[in-house]
Design a protein around this ligand. Structure first.
Ligand code: FES
Ligand SMILES: [Fe+2]
Length: 460
């Protein structure tokens, strides 16, 4: 009997007929040197470490499948070197930090932060080694407490992008690093999947944020100068709630506020997070960045927040936000799973070839399309979109919450749906208009909302 196996099963009780194929999306999930996506991601500055967590010891880290060591030398400069000593391979995590650079523990070779060999003490005084060899090194850039690495071709190092997320000069947010034992993409894609707010976070296991998110929103996704955004609109009584998140290419999310929309508000950009999902390797990733941006952060001991050395200012290092780690017990996570459980349980590398995507996955589809565009541009020797965004800082982002009260919202479901879509489009068009986004008045200008409401009232 010949066995017929297929990718898509169409009969009940037919798992036996599942075709066994790899289905790994090689183009987007492999991150090592020389892989298409690995080369693409290496063209951008990537955050790799929280600066205040460095001590007098070097730290071994792994980024994009490369084993590295990060340290701050005696004169306060940061270095990121290949972990394996160029001499005979001993790990520099056992190195001794010097006033200038770091010294390997085995034979004392001394490396500057750029990999230059400064000293080979066991070799003859006129040894040619320092002139002939370098330790592998990558440049670092510190911004608001995070250390960013550039791991691409040196001659193509892009300007460092500074995002507009920090609107108040004193705002800093709370730094976090969260680890996931899975591929970076399934973690990052979560941000372009707004409907999971309705199910995972509201309807299925209780209200984790606000009851309004239990409503199924209208959803649209649009390209922006920075990448893409989603615009979701929900009706709650006589209010329309618009929530919009940015996805900034290639792996950056600027996330709107989730729990503080009160009354009418236009373009509330306080937001809740700016973060990167950086591959550790093909099957591990870190989510690293700031949460609670633009809020007065209060240092407190709750929900497992960990203060680690940064209590001198508002730069509080935290971890273990609800649902963002595997810290709760297995049973607790089964009874109330979070985002972490949703993406980690897809497997070490999820299988795009076995997915069955629906209309609510249009954001996932668009995000992958934009990534492939960038991956293929790099493979063709072209600069990927967004790589030079730091040429004009600050880099504008578009995420926001907007809430409007309307006097009359039609009860007919089709008319209501059309109204929600129109509201989302009207506001998003204004938000995407450069003059509006760049105007400081844009954040609080109620005239914009009045105008939108008048237009919508005319169409009712
Ligand atoms: S192995 Fe590092 S100095 Fe010899
Ligand atoms: Fe979520």
């Amino acid at each position: 009997m010949s066995i017929e196996r297929t990718k898509v099963l169409k009969q009940p009780y037919s798992a036996y007929h599942r075709a066994e194929v790899s289905d790994v999306d090689e183009e987007l999930t492999r991150v090592g040197r020389g892989t298409p996506c690995g080369e693409y991601l290496r063209r951008f500055w990537q955050p790799v470490f929280i600066a205040c967590e460095l001590t007098d010891l070097p730290r071994a880290i792994r980024i994009l499948g490369e084993n590295l060591v990060i340290f701050r030398d005696g004169s306060g400069r940061h270095g990121l070197l290949e972990r394996r000593c160029v001499h005979r391979g001993t790990s520099l995590e056992y190195g001794k930090i010097d006033e200038r650079g770091i010294r390997c523990c085995y034979h004392g070779w001394q490396f500057d932060i750029d990999g230059t060999i400064l000293d080979v003490p066991g070799e003859p005084a006129n040894s040619p080694i320092p002139r002939k060899v370098c330790q592998g090194a990558y440049p670092l850039h510190e911004w608001r407490g995070l250390l960013f690495a550039y791991m691409g071709p040196p001659e193509l190092q892009p300007p460092f992008p500074e995002f507009d997320a920090f609107e108040r000069p004193e705002s800093t947010g709370r730094l976090w690093v969260r680890e996931s034992p899975c591929n970076w993409l399934q973690v990052r894609e979560n941000e372009m999947d707004p409907i999971h707010l309705t199910f995972l976070h509201t309807r299925l296991f209780g209200v984790q944020f606000e009851p309004v998110y239990g409503e199924i929103p209208t959803m649209e996704w649009m390209e922006t100068p920075a990448g893409m955004l989603y615009a979701t609109v929900r009706r709650w009584g006589d209010h329309l709630y618009l929530r919009s998140n940015d996805m900034i290419l290639p792996n950056i999310a600027r996330i709107a506020g989730i729990d503080d929309a009160e009354g009418e508000t236009l373009f509330d950009r306080r937001g809740s997070a700016l973060n990167w999902v950086v591959p550790v390797d093909d099957t591990h990733s870190i989510n690293i960045g700031w949460s609670d941006i633009d809020k007065d952060y209060v240092i407190e001991d709750r929900s497992g927040y960990i203060e680690r050395g940064a209590a001198s200012g508002a730069n509080v290092v935290g971890a273990a936000d609800v649902g963002q780690t595997g810290e709760p017990s297995y049973e607790e996570r089964q009874r109330a799973p979070g985002d972490w459980d949703a993406w980690v349980s897809q497997g070490p590398i999820t299988l795009h070839g076995r997915e069955y995507l629906g209309a609510s996955d249009r954001g996932i589809i668009l995000y992958r399309k934009l990534l492939r565009r960038g991956v293929q541009a790099v493979a063709a020797g072209e600069p990927p979109e967004g790589v030079d965004m730091g040429a004009e800082n600050p880099v504008f982002t578009y995420c926001h919450n907007t809430v409007a009260r309307l006097d009359a919202i039609p009860n007919d479901p089709d008319a209501e749906h059309a109204l929600l879509l129109e509201f989302g489009r009207e506001v998003t068009q204004r938000v995407l208009a450069e003059t509006y986004a760049k105007s400081p008045a844009g954040c609080a200008d109620p005239a914009g909302l009045t105008e939108i409401k008048a237009a919508l009232a005319g169409s009712l």
